[in-house]
Design a protein around this ligand. Structure first.
Ligand code: NDP
Ligand code: 8X3
Length: 251
C-alpha cells in the first residue's frame, strides 16, 4: 500500500510542486484547494503519469465546518496520512499598517493561521492513532523577519513559525515530526494574489534574478519527510542565491 500525503492548496505554486514530487515518489495524494476544475485536471494528470491514487477535496480552509466535514467524511483508508503539508496561504495587499484593509487582514489571518489550525485539528488525531506522521508547515522568511509594508502577512507567518514549534513540543511524545519551511522569494501565483490580480506588478517582483521555483521548495520538503525515523528536520530557511534577507536582494 502506498503512503499518503495530504497537501492543502495544491492548485498552484508550492503545493502543486509538492503534489508532483510526492506522486513521483509513489505517494497517494489528497489534494485540496478552492478551484475544483484545477484539482480535477491535476488529479487526472498525476494519476496517469505516476499510477497513484489522488483524492480531490474542494473547500476553503477558512471555513471550519467545511474543513471538518470534507476531511472527516473521507473513507477511513485515506485517514492514514503519513505527511500533512499545510501549504494553503496567501498575502493580500502590501500597504503601510495605517492604510491596510481590514478585509485583507482577515483573509490573511483566517487563511494562514486559522485555516492551518483547522486542517491540523482534524489530521493530528489520525496521526496520533498511527503513532507517526510528518507535519510540514509552510511559513516564510516573513515568519522570521518583518519588512516594510509586510506587517500583517509577517505577523501571520510569525504565527505559523510559533505553531510549528508548539506542535513539535506537544506532538513529540506521539512520534510525530514537525518541520517548519521558510522560503524566500518563490515564483508562483503568490504576488498576483498579493497585488489583487495585477499581473504586471506581480511579474516585476521576480524580474532580474533567478527566483526560487515551487519545485525547489518541494525538493526540500521531500528531503525533510524522507529522513530516517530518528532524524527530525525542525526548520529550513530556503532563499534564492541572490537573496540575503527579507529586504536585501542583489538584483
Ligand atoms: P500560490 O498562490 O501559487 O498558491 C497558493 C495555494 O493556496 C493555492 O493552491 C490556493 O488554492 C491555496 N489557497 C489560498 N487560499 C486558500 C483558502 N482560503 N482555502 C483553500 N486553499 C487556499 O502561492 P504559493 O505557492 O507561493 O503559496 C503557498 C504557500 O507558500 C503560502 O502559505 C505562502 O504564504 C507561502 N510562501 C510563499 C512564498 C513565495 O514567495 N511565493 C514564500 C514563502 C512562503 P485555491 O486558490 O484553489 O484555493
Ligand atoms: C513570501 C515571501 O518575502 O514576499 O512569504 O514575504 S515574502
Amino acid at each position: 500500500m502506498n503512503k499518503i500525503a495530504l497537501i492543502s492548496g495544491a492548485t498552484s505554486g508550492i503545493g502543486l510542486a509538492c503534489a508532483n514530487k510526492y506522486a513521483s515518489e509513489s505517494y497517494d495524494l489528497i489534494i485540496t484547494g478552492r478551484r475544483q476544475d484545477r484539482l480535477t485536471t491535476i488529479a487526472n494528470e498525476l494519476k496517469e503519469k505516476n499510477g497513484v491514487e489522488v483524492k480531490t477535496l474542494c473547500f476553503d480552509v477558512r471555513d471550519k465546518k467545511e474543513v471538518s466535514e470534507f476531511l472527516n467524511n473521507i473513507d477511513d483508508k485515506w485517514k492514514n496520512v503519513d505527511v500533512l503539508i499545510n501549504n494553503a496561504g496567501l498575502a493580500v495587499g502590501k500597504d503601510p499598517i495605517q492604510d491596510g484593509s481590514t478585509d485583507d487582514w482577515d483573509r490573511m489571518i483566517d487563511t494562514n493561521v486559522k485555516g492551518l489550525l483547522y486542517v491540523s485539528k482534524i489530521v493530528i488525531p489520525w496521526m496520533i492513532a498511527n503513532k507517526k506522521g510528518d507535519i510540514i508547515n509552510i511559513a516564510s522568511i516573513a515568519g522570521k523577519e518583518v519588512y516594510p509594508n509586510g506587517n500583517v502577512y509577517c505577523a501571520s507567518k510569525h504565527a505559523v513559525d510559533a505553531l510549528s514549534q508548539g506542535m513539535r513540543i506537544d506532538l513529540v511524545k506521539h512520534g510525530i515530526r514537525v518541520t517548519n519551511i521558510a522560503p524566500g522569494m518563490v515564483e508562483t501565483e503568490f504576488s498576483e494574489v498579493r497585488f489583487h490580480g495585477d499581473k504586471k506588478a506581480a511579474d516585476s517582483v521576480y524580474q532580474g534574478f533567478d527566483a526560487l521555483q515551487g519545485s525547489d521548495i518541494a525538493e526540500c520538503i521531500w528531503f525533510a519527510s524522507s529522513r530516517p525515523k530518528h532524524v527530525q528536520i525542525g526548520d529550513m530557511l530556503i532563499l534564492p542565491s541572490v537573496q540575503a534577507s527579507a529586504t536585501v536582494v542583489n538584483k
